[in-house]
Design a binder for this molecule. Structure first.
Ligand SMILES: [Zn+2]
Length: 235
């Protein structure tokens, strides 16, 4: 095997490793993790907001209904009081009307209390909805911002990968097909590093030393391989 071919393999591997790093960077952008978190938080918030809005709506309905009932009670009470104060009824009728007015006053008081109580719960419920809505909008803005950053970063990385792929086309040209095949197989099983520079008796792939006998044995092969990690050695 020609030494130049082996040296070319090192150049090819450098390009391949650069591409590996770019693809790794693409998959592990910090913004991606943040985007995922924002997406999840948004889902939780939407759920919470839905429940808070439902509960506010039912409180508001209850409040409106109680207010309406209070108005009816007040009108009825006024009418009964007017008739009672106008007089002209029999003793029995007057007593009946007096009891009726008394009962209506009790009902009005209870309804007033109910309206006040509801008002006290409607306001905090509305605040919860406002707070959750604000937070949701904030997360949506953040998610949009992250999405833009990710798109921009991916565009940059993809362009760099394309440039390196282009250079790879030239880099593989001088390498014989069988050597290239061995290189690809080794790369797949050895974390992307198929070729080690052999310097000072040490394999650059696994950083282990070869004894003089091992070195002679390895370098006498058509394609020198490290006895420890089986990577291709470039002397
Ligand atoms: Zn090795």
């Amino acid at each position: 095997m020609e030494l130049t071919s082996l040296a070319d393999l090192l150049d090819l591997q450098e390009l391949d490793l650069q591409i590996d790093r770019l693809l790794d960077e693409r998959q592990n952008l910090p913004e991606l993790a943040k985007y995922k978190k924002a997406h999840e938080e948004l889902g939780t918030l939407e759920h919470e907001l839905g429940e808070a809005a439902d509960s506010l709506r039912s409180l508001e309905l209850d409040f409106d209904k109680s207010e309406g009932e209070l108005e009816i009670l007040e009108a009825k009470l006024k009418e009964h009081e007017t008739r009672l104060f106008a007089g002209g009824m029999s003793g029995r009728e007057t007593e009946h009307m007096r009891l009726e007015v008394e009962s209506l006053r009790g009902q009005r008081e209870a309804m007033e209390e109910r309206v006040v109580r509801l008002l006290d719960t409607v306001d905090p419920a509305r605040e919860v909805v406002t707070r959750l809505t604000d937070r949701k909008e904030e997360i949506e803005r953040e998610k949009g911002r992250l999405e833009a950053v990710i798109k921009e970063e991916w565009k940059r990385i993809d362009a760099e990968v394309a440039r390196k792929e282009e250079r790879k086309l030239d880099a593989v040209k001088p390498i014989p097909p069988d050597l290239l095949e061995m290189y690809e197989k080794l790369r797949a099983s050895k974390e992307g590093v198929a070729v080690g520079r052999f310097e000072g008796g040490v394999c650059g792939g696994c950083n282990m030393a070869l004894s003089p006998a091992e070195k002679d044995e390895a370098l006498s092969q058509d394609i020198p391989r490290c006895v420890h990690c089986r990577r291709i050695l470039v002397a």
